[in-house]
Write a new protein. Structure first.
Length: 205
């Protein structure tokens, strides 16, 4: 919480200036903490060959509809998210959760990674017209670590969709970055997405 310093009317001008400066020093960290973890900027998403990226506001809660693969695992009460989109069919989102302590954050990161690993099998079980595949694209050495996954789904009527997910953690803060578009694994911007993931985790606290 940011604290306001009440200035006494009878104080000397010099004391007022000193008190005001002290208030600014103590208020700055509190204001930064209240703002929460920083989110990706649109320009930090993997470059799209035909469009700039655009971003919505940082919003409390979870996206509606829930994100593919990880939506059911996210704690709505402590989540924030930001949506991103292009002028074509490529979109992305970042969801960040600040847990009470590092142990709970570590557990949440494990649950989210497991949700993505199991996503392809679950999609096939829920819809007989869908075939799906999961790929593990490895760990990124940043803060407490991040892992990158790929999920491709093929629907009998609508064709192929491909998704990239990363789950990263810094202390008690966990973030998920999701990128998706129509297509297959052949068209994914994997190096760019790994760079985006590293940036996202480095912006946490």
């Amino acid at each position: 919480m940011t604290h306001r310093v009440r200035l006494r009317r009878a104080a000397a001008i010099v004391l007022t200036v000193v008190a005001g400066a002290a208030a600014a020093v103590t208020a700055h960290p509190a204001a930064a903490a209240a703002a929460g973890p920083a989110f990706l900027d649109p320009a930090q998403l993997p470059p799209h060959p035909g469009s700039a990226w655009y971003g919505g506001p940082v919003t409390s809660g979870v996206p509606d509809p829930l994100p593919f693969c990880v939506g059911a695992t996210l704690p709505g009460a402590t989540s924030q998210y930001r949506d991103f989109w292009t002028e074509f069919d490529t979109n992305a989102e970042q969801i960040t959760v600040v847990e009470r302590d590092e142990a709970r954050a570590k557990t949440l990161a494990t649950l989210l990674n497991n949700a993505v690993r199991q996503c392809a099998d679950k999609a096939e079980q829920e819809d007989p017209d869908v075939t799906a595949e999961w790929r593990d694209y490895g760990r990124i050495d940043v803060e407490e670590g991040a892992r990158v996954h790929g999920v491709r789904t093929t629907h009998a009527w609508t064709g192929n969709d491909v998704h990239l997910f990363s789950v990263g953690r810094d202390g008690r803060t966990v973030t998920v970055v999701h990128w998706g578009q129509m297509g297959t694994f052949d068209g994914i911007p994997l190096p760019g997405f790994k760079k985006t993931t590293r940036t996202a985790v480095n912006k946490l606290y």
